[in-house]
Design a binder for this molecule. Structure first.
Ligand code: ATP
Ligand code: MG
Length: 376
């Protein structure tokens, strides 16, 4: 797979410069650490890193891609369990003996390579029983089963299964299961797992944490150069500088640019523009998903982002901007809460230079954003 393949990477040699992060994650998996956190802004390569490390460790894994629930406002326990059962059944192809153990779990039926759930209103018990069965099998086979919850912040919408006590129980008793929780909305992951709350079942229990940062300027330019070299293309340094000036260091956008450039066999400025346009649509869709459960404040969130995109980066200046636009005062606590939500979702970050939008594509997109949605 070339660097400029836009799908998540699966093998080590396709992954540019993440050796340190890969080593930490791999160590966690090899030791079957109970709870591993893999964080990073959108498109920094979390899914790629997860894929590569699972491939390298070559342990059985069940990945729940929680993005499939992104547009929902709530997730029922049967939706979650059906998805989980479907992913678990993939293991049956290679691990025939797993069927025997799973068959003993009341509430599920294994026919051939398919796991079927009997109608049940007791999602939580069923999920725990499946985990116990998986653990037993892993123990008998002297292995570790990894359960990956990719973009786990979505699971805050899960009804009928309290995930945190289940993960905490697994942490204490199911030694052959390792949970890897990934998330791009870092603050929301922390809130979801209640990591800072001493009353929470998971308090103090993170054993390994890997955070993927965007590429630095140098890394970005080297990544592009090496990616083009795979096609025997050698763009001038000035173009690469321009790409990084406009697209920043998020691996996903650089990869998208490389992909277009290779496809068109050129690297001109129009191509950067094309990436900006396509990527804008993607980030706006994600932003609108965020607004979907926050309709009342939607207009305010957009105004705040517009203010920051225009260079207002201090708390008070952003607040004034919002008040002028709205024509009325806003309480400090409400305003702080709005900022905090944007930071927790990863749309804003607080740096030593004040508030910033970490993804230049979002900054670009929000400036011309005209909501078509009725709630604005
Ligand atoms: N280190 C890397 N080397 C090569 N390509 C990478 C690297 N990191 C990310 N990519 C590419 O960037 C894009 C995004 O990667 P990936 O889907 O793994 O990121 P992610 O953090 O899971 O994104 P999302 O937040 O959308 O789930 C993909 O096209 C992937 O191939
Ligand atoms: Mg991902």
């Amino acid at each position: 797979m070339p660097y400029f393949d836009i799908r998540p990477k699966t093998s080590r040699r396709d992954l540019f410069d993440r050796d340190e992060e890969l080593r930490t994650l791999l160590e966690g998996i090899n030791e079957c650490r109970p709870l591993i956190l893999l964080l990073g802004l959108r498109r920094t390569g979390k899914t790629s890193l997860l894929n590569v490390s699972l491939n390298e460790a070559s342990v059985p894994s069940i990945i729940v891609d929680c993005r499939v629930f992104e547009e929902k406002t709530s997730i029922t326990h049967s939706e979650f369990l059906e998805y989980f059962a479907r992913e678990t059944s993939r293991l049956l192809v290679r691990h025939k003996t797993l069927s025997r153990i799973l068959e003993q779990v009341g509430g599920i039926e294994v026919s051939g390579l398919k796991i079927e759930l009997k109608k049940s209103r007791r999602g939580e018990v069923l999920f725990s029983k499946i985990l116990e069965a998986l653990n037993q099998w892993a123990k008998e086979n002297n292995t570790c089963i990894v359960i990956g919850l990719d973009e786990a912040q979505e699971l805050v919408k899960l009804r009928g299964i309290r995930l945190l006590p289940i993960i905490a129980h697994a942490y204490d008793y199911l030694r052959n299961i390792s949970f890897i929780v990934t998330g791009s909305q870092i603050g929301f992951i922390h809130r979801f797992l209640k990591l800072e709350n001493p009353e929470s079942p998971l308090y103090g229990r993170i054993s390994v944490q890997v955070t993927l940062k965007p590429f630095t300027r140098n890394q970005s330019i080297t990544y592009l150069m090496e990616g083009f070299r795979e096609y025997d293309m050698h763009p001038p340094q000035s173009i690469l500088e321009e790409v990084v000036n406009q697209l920043g260091g998020i691996p996903g956008w650089l990869t998208m640019y490389g992909y277009y450039a290779v496809e068109n066999k050129e690297y001109n400025k129009d191509l950067i523009k094309r990436v900006l346009e396509t990527a804008s649509k993607i980030v706006i869709r994600e932003y609108e998903n965020f607004l979907q459960t926050r309709l009342i404040a939607a207009k305010r969130y957009t105004l705040i982002l517009k203010a920051v995109a225009q260079g207002y980066n201090e708390w008070l200046k952003i607040k004034r901007y919002l008040e002028v636009e709205e024509g009325r005062r806003i309480s400090d606590s409400i305003f702080s809460q709005l900022l905090r939500n944007l930071v927790d979702a990863g749309f804003l970050e607080k740096t030593s230079q004040g508030y910033q939008i970490p993804d230049p594509i979002l900054a670009y997109a929000i400036l011309s954003y005209k909501p078509k949605t009725p709630w604005h």
